[in-house]
Design a protein around this ligand. Structure first.
Ligand code: F6P
Length: 348
């Protein structure tokens, strides 16, 4: 194998640049393989050769601690599997590394099914890729949520308010659950445990009865009331052409104002969660996964993705991740620990 490509699909996540750096350095050093970067994910790949960039050790200098992706990210998939197979052949790539979430890993699986040597690297702040205990980007995002929410608690306490912080995560509540636990929030609302307004009001009342004059609620953008729907951000959905969640914190605040005597304020942490320098954990995980992906391609173990399981980076079949979503286990140990320290999920 002499020449491989790498692309970063979907939304950006802190640690992507660490993966690119590791791929380039390990490919050159261990196997003498040349690496071409493909700009703007599968969407950019469809647009022609202007989006190709040769990567060597000088191109990846200083990348380890940079957020975003030097290759750019893109959620669009213009082009069929056959089209991408042809592109890969025309460029002379003998293998492809796809760093992405479930959408990109599904495309990676389609390519692999046609015989293209592909290895996936699971990426997303949402931590919702099946088959891996953790994706890089998640740790940084949770750190951001934890820090922001810890700040909100001071104002909530000083003004005796109910503060609602909306966090990302799409269909899954990992960011909200971990962020709430780390910040010492009082209520965590996640998609996996439908809430009721009465449940939230009861949790706030219980706090008042104990003399607590404020409440911090962390709500996942995909959380929904029992029997209700997720809140969709119509503008962002129109602009991106795919369903984007957002707006539940403001709606919830409006609803709660009629039920509690506190002032209720809401805010969304939005893309702050995706930006910034990757945490130490994400730099190390990204590096380990980048190296593992190159080794997998070079040793013919393609059709796989780098999975983080019980602190080890292993290779798992792409079919373990493609088209699947890893949700929070509502009856699992994390939720149980959260409940044990008094976090309400608005369901009791
Ligand atoms: O998948 C990562 C993510 O940040 C989700 O948590 C969020 O729903 C979505 O991407 C936002 O996408 P965009 O950046 O296109 O608004």
């Amino acid at each position: 194998m002499r020449h491989i490509g790498i692309l970063t699909g979907g939304g950006d996540a802190p640690g992507l640049n660490a993966v690119i750096r590791a791929v380039v350095l390990a490919a050159h050093k261990e196997f003498g393989i040349a690496v071409t970067g493909i700009r703007d994910g599968f969407g950019g790949f469809a647009e022609g050769d202007d989006g190709l960039v040769a990567l060597d050790h000088t191109s990846v200098r200083g990348l380890l601690w940079r957020g975003g992706s030097i290759l750019g990210c893109n959620n669009r998939y213009q082009g069929t599997t056959e089209f991408f197979v042809e592109r890969i052949g025309a460029i002379g790539l003998e293998g492809l590394i796809v760093a992405g979430g479930d959408g990109s890993l599904t495309m990676a699986k389609h390519l692999s099914d046609t015989g293209v040597p592909v290895v996936g690297v699971p990426k997303t702040i949402d931590n919702d890729v099946m088959g891996t205990d953790q994706t890089f980007g998640f740790d940084t995002a949770v750190e951001t949520v934890s820090e922001a929410c810890s700040r909100l608690i001071f104002t909530a306490e000083a003004h005796h308010r109910v503060m609602i912080a909306e966090v990302m995560g799409r269909h899954a509540g990992h960011i909200a659950l971990h962020g709430a636990m780390a910040a010492g929030a009082d209520i965590a609302l996640i998609p996996e445990i439908p809430f009721t307004i009465d449940g939230i009001v009861r949790a706030i009342t219980r706090r008042s009865e104990k003399g607590r004059t404020y409440t911090l609620i962390v709500v996942a953008e995909g959380a929904k009331p029992a029997g209700g729907q997720v809140v969709v951000d119509e503008l962002r959905t129109r602009q991106s052409g795919r369903q984007v969640h957002g707006g539940i914190a403001a709606l919830l605040a409006e609803e709660l104002r009629g039920h509690v005597r506190h002032e209720v304020r809401s805010m969304s942490l939005s893309h702050l969660q995706r930006g910034g320098m990757p945490s130490t954990f994400d730099r190390v995980l990204g590096t380990r996964m980048g190296v593992a992906a190159v080794r997998a391609l070079a040793q013919g173990e393609h059709g796989t993705f780098t999975a983080y399981r019980q602190s080890k980076v292993l290779l798992a079949p792409l079919s373990d991740a493609a088209g699947k979503t890893r949700m929070v286990n509502a009856g699992g140990r994390f939720v149980s620990s959260a409940r044990a320290v008094g976090i309400s999920f608005g369901d009791d």
